[in-house]
Design a protein. Sequence first.
Length: 272
Amino acid sequence: MLQQTQVERVLPKFLDWMERYPTLRSLAAAPRADVIRAWSGLGYNLRAVRLHEIARQAVERFGGVLPNTLDGLLGLKGIGRYTAAAVMCFAHGAAEPVLDTNVRRVLGRIFAAEASAAIEDDRVAWSLAEAALPPARDVYDWNQALMDVGATICLARNPRCLLCPAQARCTARREWFAPDFAPAAAGEAERVAEQRAAYVARKPKQGKFAGSRRWYRGQIVAALRDAPDGVDVESLAARVSLDLPAVSEIVSSLERDGLVQLSGGVARLPNE
């Protein structure tokens, strides 16, 4: 739930979810339509489908519990390296790096001189995160601290460098953001300017959400939540104010993702 969603939005939904589905068995037994409805308000509805699939795999293969090894978790469809590492570290105390967007940014800036490609290259970023791990007993706190620093201090725009506990060791603070930084060596100014420009170019540019394809996917799923008997695709197009061919293509993609059932031109949430 916390992937790409703010904590304050997740907390009430998490409590409601755990009341509805206190175990993986109860989640696995629920119809998918009910699971998607329970997810309403969190966005990225495909996450609900994946969580539902994970619960069913856990019941079928592991007696209703999640594996307690990294490889075991990665063997479940719908769990990637980040989620597997987070479960291993935070649930089992394993010495695993947890690389989310905030952690990547913090480590990528601190160690930009040593691993300049970490901001955009997953392989480099994971290697850096592993190399930076402290002794095993401190990994839980380390990962939590990196996430907190990235969320509150090392912001994507206007980082609060003066508040950062890592500012004395940070390449970005020393060379990119400090207004009084003056390269001493000949040619350093040009190199630093190139590094700064390259870093800024790597930052993903967010387009407008309203009117995007993902936005229309969410609007279509929202329309189907309150229509247990389904809605024909032509009516869906009118509801979301989008042309019929585009809605038909989006509905087909939602069907492939397990979010929609389509039969006779009528779309509905899946009830299996």
